[in-house]
Write a protein that binds this ligand. Structure first.
Ligand code: SAM
Ligand code: F3S
Length: 443
């Protein structure tokens, strides 16, 4: 009997990377590999990397550097860098990390099992980078090995056709490609058959779904289609871009009870001058009008944003416009990033002229504003009865269970047993800016 081989994967960055790692693990399982959390026991070790900010990229590369000693002890182990940093740094990775044998870009992860076999057979390094000849791992062929038995990420779009001046993603993940609705629906049906009750559709600009597909379909149509899948009780989608949030999608959000009333739609800045230089394609006023329309048409909808502070040329006045936008919208949550120049992007040619200390200050001021807003919004939920999907024991207090509401709030409640994967109803009794606390009243 051949011994079961083991694969260890460390994932950095966004949900798309989490899903790619799950798909790699699923595909490798077909080839007889089991996932392990023990590096020492692994035959294949992969770092699924992120390049969005320099810091994220460097962290993955420096962690991969620590495997030098492991490979000296175990020359048969294969170490790979996959994902966005692989695509961005290409063969330079071999110079920086001589013990790495595999470099695979995000659109090529489907080739990993074949490349590993080739490395075993030849002892030679292998590289697979984006060349527009996809080796997508498609759900039709393989099943993700998911972290959660009841929640699933489903890829709806790979890549991005926009060219935000700060962003490296179009260079690492390539052109926007929508997966056909039949393939997505099949994958969702299979996930439901395995016990999944909540799916999250992923795409860099998920609301532009359908580009190039025949017959024509948009995200609204896809949501309507998936709404009919038995067993699925919640459907989420991330990330929305303000330019594509059109009426049929807003109608689907309003009309379909399974579609969660939560829209993650990054504003990035509240200053028109900065938005123009970022090439985001909208003004602050247009963003605000879209938020108003969403709230008018979809009662109870919650909106979240990303912001970049310290973009080239961002003045104190520009930043104050961002604060004003955040104050006016009152986001459910906001993810704030300090601008990090990325090679090859348009913004990298602009002077990175906001000093690090000032970036840090703006970051903190915006986070403080958001914390106050989240605190105020959460305190208004005290006294409400909310249905949540339980995710498992709370990280801070094992006597509590934690879950999420339709609008993505974290809710903690006391429970004597583990009820993960179940929908329960909770009466909210207290709140903090980060979470709601309540009493379990039924399921
Ligand atoms: N596709 C999404 C969108 O439309 O905004 C997000 C893509 S990116 C992976 C996630 C977030 O990282 C962005 O929304 C942005 O706020 C942040 N980000 C991207 N590039 C950055 C950079 N060079 N420096 C700092 N933050 C950055
Ligand atoms: Fe990046 Fe803008 Fe696309 S943030 S992923 S270029 S929408």
């Amino acid at each position: 009997m051949t011994a079961i081989r083991k694969i260890w994967i460390e994932t950095y960055g966004c949900q798309m990377n989490v899903l790619d790692s799950e798909l790699i693990a699923g595909r490798m399982k077909r080839d007889g590999y089991e996932l392990t959390t023990d590096r020492e026991a692994a035959d294949v070790l992969l770092f699924n990397t992120c390049s969005v900010r320099k810091h994220a990229e460097e962290r993955a590369i420096s962690n991969a550097g620590t495997l030098k000693y492991l490979r000296r002890r175990r020359p048969d182990a294969i170490v790979g860098i996959v994902g966005c940093a692989a695509q961005n740094l290409k063969e330079e990775i071999f110079e920086r990390l001589p013990h790495v044998q595999l470099v695979v870009g995000p659109r090529k992860v489907g080739a990993i099992p074949r490349l590993i076999e080739e490395i075993r057979a030849t002892g030679q390094r292998r590289v697979a980078l984006e060349d527009f000849d996809d080796e997508f791992i498609d759900g039709a062929e393989t099943l993700a090995r998911r972290e959660s038995p009841f929640k699933a990420y489903i890829k709806a779009i790979e890549g991005c056709d926009l060219s935000c001046a700060f962003c490296i993603v179009p260079a690492t993940r390539g052109r926007e490609t929508s997966r056909p609705p039949d393939v997505i629906a099949d994958e969702v049906r299979r996930a439901a058959a395995e016990g999944v009750v909540e799916v999250t559709l992923l795409g860099q600009t998920i609301d532009s779904y359908g580009k190039g597909l025949k017959p024509a379909i948009d995200l609204g149509g896809l949501l309507r289609r998936l709404h009919g899948v038995e067993g699925i009780r919640r459907i989420r989608f991330i990330t929305s871009h303000p330019s594509f949030m059109r009426e049929p999608i807003i109608d689907a959000l309003r009309d379909l009870p399974k579609v969660c009333k939560y829209v993650h739609m990054p504003a990035q800045s509240g200053s028109d001058a900065v938005l123009r230089r970022m090439r985001r394609g909208y003004t602050a006023d247009r963003y605000l009008r879209l938020v108003d329309r969403l709230r008018e048409r979809v009662p109870g909808v919650e909106i979240a944003s990303d912001f970049i502070v310290g973009f080239p040329g961002e003045t104190v006045e520009d930043f104050e416009r961002t604060l004003a936008l955040a104050e006016r919208v009152r986001f459910q949550n906001a993810y704030v990033f300090q601008y990090s120049p990325r090679p090859g992007t348009d913004a990298a040619a602009m002077a990175d002229d906001v000093p690090a200390e000032e970036k840090g200050r703006r970051n903190q001021v915006l986070l403080d504003l958001q914390e106050r807003v989240s605190g105020e919004k959460n305190s208004k939920r005290v006294g409400q009865r909310i249905e949540i999907l339980v995710e498992g024991p709370s990280k801070t207090n094992p006597r509590r269970q934690a879950g999420r509401s339709d609008t993505n709030q974290i809710v903690h409640f006391e429970a004597a047993c583990d009820v993960r994967g179940r929908f329960v109803t909770v009466d909210i009794t207290s709140s903090t800016p980060l979470a709601l606390y309540g009493t379990w009243v039924g399921s």
